[in-house]
Design a protein around this ligand. Structure first.
Ligand SMILES: *[C@@H]1O[C@H](CO)[C@@H](O)[C@H](O)[C@H]1NC(C)=O
Ligand SMILES: *[C@@H]1O[C@H](CO)[C@@H](O)[C@H](O)[C@H]1NC(C)=O
Ligand SMILES: *[C@@H]1O[C@H](CO)[C@@H](O)[C@H](O)[C@H]1NC(C)=O
Ligand SMILES: *[C@@H]1O[C@H](CO)[C@@H](O)[C@H](O)[C@H]1NC(C)=O
Ligand SMILES: *[C@@H]1O[C@H](CO)[C@@H](O)[C@H](O)[C@H]1NC(C)=O
Ligand SMILES: *[C@@H]1O[C@H](CO)[C@@H](O)[C@H](O)[C@H]1NC(C)=O
Ligand SMILES: *[C@@H]1O[C@H](CO)[C@@H](O)[C@H](O)[C@H]1NC(C)=O
Ligand SMILES: *[C@@H]1O[C@H](CO)[C@@H](O)[C@H](O)[C@H]1NC(C)=O
Ligand SMILES: *[C@@H]1O[C@H](CO)[C@@H](O)[C@H](O)[C@H]1NC(C)=O
Ligand SMILES: *[C@@H]1O[C@H](CO)[C@@H](O)[C@H](O)[C@H]1NC(C)=O
Ligand SMILES: *[C@@H]1O[C@H](CO)[C@@H](O)[C@H](O)[C@H]1NC(C)=O
Length: 567
């Protein structure tokens, strides 16, 4: 929730719009709950829950192209295949395959992936039952670039063919985008790749880190150039922006971003429900070399928008510009995640927990799961609200049987509106981002710029480290694994493997130092500290443990360690 949202401002009366499933549509609601006083508390609905388990074990086969798009000139594509055992999705599986005579364990699924158009096989292979993320290449060179997706079907069977499991998908092999940029979603790692003239037309990993940033200073390119230079610290700090560009599509700041190669997300939040405006804007902006994504719905779940509004905008954008993904921002903790998330290729969460009163609101109501709006839906008012929310979103995707989408964190970089009584401290700002990284976030966009200079420096400094090699390569290399020490609840730790190194993130997300000394057992094969790219604390390594005399309150450390078992 944010300065422009009515629930968060003085123009307060938002009447719930027609929501197919919600009741009480004429009451002022946010995330389905009444936020003004004088109304009763009621169960808002829209919860995502564990699916019913009918007692069968199923084999759930899913597959996707590794990248959501391929572009003319690429000669190799690949598919990522999952064959998980699931209590909820897929078709029944038992651990046996038989041809009538002999019987064997059903440990491998044999499959081919064929073109739907002519049933031509692209891949024949097999995957171990109950494994995921298996990647197999296929030859793209014979395909004609097209804006129409190629439909593909996976035919899977047990060794003796007595059990079959099929699934469908599609891939895009697009003509080169002659004038603009191209952004790929990596469906295996949950991150982005980007190319334009400034990357020599080669795809490069992109960890976008910036603000929702307002430029409306002037219609002069000298000033907009200056704005971009200041915003990026001359290319040394923030590396992306969601351009809240005031004016119109002719705003010179888009050209400034092109010239200085600042990847931007184009703001359609005010118009995504009007498809003729969407069309006009997309056609005007899509040729920019620094465009990397579109942003449509801002908190559609908070506003109880019609479920299909973000999805219709997304469909149209994909038709008009297949080269760039669509992002949406979800605000609620648990309000129709499934239907709302459909409309985004990238999901952003804007959990703003700092300085709130999480139990009693400015509207004079209690805040709980059935009533009230305290500025951060069902939050405790601490930094852990960020990690809890990302845990929730991943769990909902799992429960819904969805392929996980890239997730960006929107850090709180503001205070006000009688919801948020102070800014985050620099420590809290770093920690909330690190908690998001520890849960697999692959992009950061703070609300909002212009804002505090102190926090601008904090974010610029962090961006300078995490958006570049080597740290970037770890953060974008798939979901981190967690590390735990019993009894240390506020210590949040994760690691990523890449090459022959691991990167460990250690976050003290509490307000007191942890001391005495602290020792952290690391995965087997870790041999030494190579560098400490972030945090500057005096860590030591001995006997497979990291140690430090005192880990200061509210701090983040990123450490590179060599490992004989990482890959
Ligand atoms: C149980 O659920 C799975 C997955 O939806 C389904 O394929 C299977 O037929 C169901 N089994 C029974 C006995 O209902
Ligand atoms: C299937 O059974 C075999 C033989 O008992 C066993 O080794 C294997 O782990 C089982 N597979 C699964 C996925 O449970
Ligand atoms: C399948 O894999 C999951 C996750 O790794 C594991 O928890 C589960 O025990 C496995 N199931 C079987 C039958 O092996
Ligand atoms: C999978 O496709 C094959 C080939 O068309 C077919 O024989 C089989 O019945 C299908 N299996 C399922 C579960 O639909
Ligand atoms: C820029 O936007 C801000 C916030 O909406 C507004 O206060 C200011 O007047 C605008 N400035 C110009 C030059 O349009
Ligand atoms: C900015 O300048 C362009 C080109 O001169 C003009 O078309 C546009 O209307 C101007 N916009 C504003 C808001 O003054
Ligand atoms: C950029 O920063 C300089 C130096 O602080 C300042 O004078 C200038 O007004 C800034 N320009 C913009 C457009 O923000
Ligand atoms: C959509 O925008 C167009 C162009 O501004 C306008 O003419 C039309 O009335 C709008 N449609 C709706 C439903 O608001
Ligand atoms: C929240 O507001 C209520 C009502 O003003 C107050 O009693 C309570 O102490 C506040 N809680 C916090 C944590 O500030
Ligand atoms: C909340 O209650 C206080 C004290 O009774 C009152 O001053 C204030 O106007 C009320 N606010 C709202 C939004 O009802
Ligand atoms: C939320 O607070 C209201 C008002 O105190 C109360 O009636 C309701 O039972 C509470 N809901 C829950 C889930 O505790």
């Amino acid at each position: 929730m944010r300065a422009t949202s009515a629930a968060a401002g003085t123009l307060a009366i938002v009447l719930g719009s027609a929501q197919e499933t919600g009741e009480h549509t004429d009451w002022p609601r946010w995330c389905g709950k009444v936020y003004q006083s004088g109304y009763p508390s009621f169960e808002p609905g829209g919860h995502t829950t564990t699916p019913d388990d009918n007692g069968t074990t199923n084999l759930y086969v899913q597959f996707k192209p590794r990248y959501n798009i391929y572009v003319d000139g690429e000669s190799t594509g690949s598919f990522v295949i999952n064959a998980a055992l699931s209590p909820w999705y897929g078709s029944p599986w038992t651990n046996s395959t038989s041809d009538g005579g002999s019987t064997k364990p059903f440990n491998r699924l044999y499959f081919s992936i064929n073109l739907v158009s002519d049933d031509r096989p692209l891949i024949e292979n097999s995957i171990e039952v109950n494994t995921t993320g298996f990647e197999v290449n296929f030859d793209l060179s014979g395909f004609t670039p097209s804006t129409t997706p190629y439909g593909v079907v996976l035919y899977g069977a047990s060794e003796f063919g007595d059990k079959t499991y099929n699934a469908t998908s599609s891939f895009l092999y697009l003509p080169e985008n002659p004038s603009g940029s191209v952004t790929k979603i990596d469906n295996l790692k949950g991150s982005l790749l980007f190319k334009n003239v400034n990357t020599d037309n080669q795809f490069q990993p992109l960890l976008p880190y910036g603000y929702y940033g307002l430029y409306n200073g002037s219609n002069s390119s000298a000033v907009s150039d200056d704005f971009v230079r200041n915003y990026t610290n001359g290319g040394q700090g923030l590396n992306a922006i969601i351009a809240l560009a005031g004016f119109d599509d002719l705003n010179p700041v888009y050209d400034s971003m092109d010239h200085q190669s600042l990847p931007f997300m184009y703001d359609l939040r005010g118009s995504y429900e009007n498809l003729s405006i969407v069309e006009q804007h997309v056609n005007t902006v899509k040729h920019h070399t620094s465009l990397f994504a579109y942003w449509t719905a801002d908190e559609p779940d908070g506003w109880q928008k019609p479920f299909d509004a973000p999805a219709k905008a997304q469909d149209l954008i994909h038709q008009l510009d297949p080269y760039h993904p669509v992002a949406i921002t979800l605000n609620c903790q648990d309000y129709y995640f499934g239907p709302y998330s459909l409309g985004g290729d990238i999901l952003m969460e804007d959990v703003y927990p700092i300085g709130i009163n999480s139990t009693f609101s400015k509207w004079n109501t209690t805040c709980n799961t059935t009533l009230g709006d305290c500025g951060c839906d069902n939050c405790q008012g601490n930094v852990q609200d960020v990690s809890s929310r990302l845990d929730d979103l991943s769990m909902y995707e799992f429960w819904l049987g969805m392929w996980p989408k890239p997730k960006f964190h929107n850090p709180q970089v503001f205070h006000g509106e009688n919801y948020w009584f102070r800014d985050p401290t620099p420590g809290e700002a770093r920690v909330m981002n690190a908690l998001a990284f520890n849960r697999g976030a692959t992009g950061i966009f703070g609300w909002t710029w212009p804002g505090s200079w102190e926090l601008f420096d904090v974010h610029s400094d962090m961006s300078a480290v995490v958006t570049r090699s080597p740290v970037r390569d770890f953060l974008l290399n798939g979901k981190p694994k967690r590390l735990f020490i019993s009894g240390e609840d506020v210590l949040d730790m994760a690691y990523w493997s890449y090459g022959n190194q691991i990167m460990v993130s250690v976050v003290n997300a509490g307000y007191v130092d942890i001391g005495g000394p602290l020792s952290i057992p690391l995965p087997e094969g870790t041999t030494s500290i190579e560098s400490i790219p972030f945090g500057g604390l005096p860590w030591k390594f001995a006997g497979s443990e990291l140690s430090i005399d005192t880990l200061p309150a509210m701090t983040v450390s990123l450490l590179m360690l060599s490992s004989v078992s990482a890959q």
